[in-house]
Write a protein that binds this ligand. Sequence first.
Ligand code: ADP
Length: 218
Amino acid sequence: MKKQIVVVGLGRFGSSVCKELHSMGHEIMAIDTDPEKVNALREYAAFTVIADATDENQLKSLGVRNFEHAIVAIGDNLQASVLCTLMLKELGLPKVWVKARDLQHEKILHKVGADRVIQPEKEMGIRVAHHVDSDKIIDYIDLSHDYSIIELVASGKMANKTLIDLNIRKEFNCIVLAIKKEEDVNIAPAIDDMVEQDDVLIVMGHKNDLKRLEEKAL
Ligand code: ADP
């Protein structure tokens, strides 16, 4: 479904969010104080605006309150990012997601009502570390401090066995959410579905159990 999204701050982070959302067919209003940044995104947004997103009157006259989702990607300017977040929440936007530079920034953003705070460098650093730690893991998502979803490649050891043979749920207390065979994705696989070598398994579980699964089963 097409969404209306405001992206504030068109640096590396904001502009890539904007381009990706545009390619998915969403309607974007892209805002920055820098005319060059705004011009560079003309092709990727329904509306491009040179404006100061900490100016409440400007935000009001742009009709920002009619948007359902905002991404605030004002880089290191802590004051502007906090002020903009506060105003977007006061204008009643249901979802305001904000990029933070560090933990202190993140805490303030939560206090002023940010619905989600993203620290891209920190999050990407963690993902890269997991890829380095195990070359069997292709992707990794943190669900909480203890639980994750990982994508791992099935080894020869797992090949031509069903999920019941592999006993992942009982032995490792993990759930196989999907099995990918190239472009073909089997979501919610049945216990008698067969795993072949190089299939990608998407597995959810406690981090310790996922580690055991990766070490023993693969
Ligand atoms: P990144 O690390 O994602 O590249 P930058 O710090 O380079 O982030 O980009 C932040 C962007 O936010 C800049 O393009 C800057 O002009 C814009 N910006 C800063 N303050 C405001 C503001 N008050 N209103 C709108 N845009 C702003």
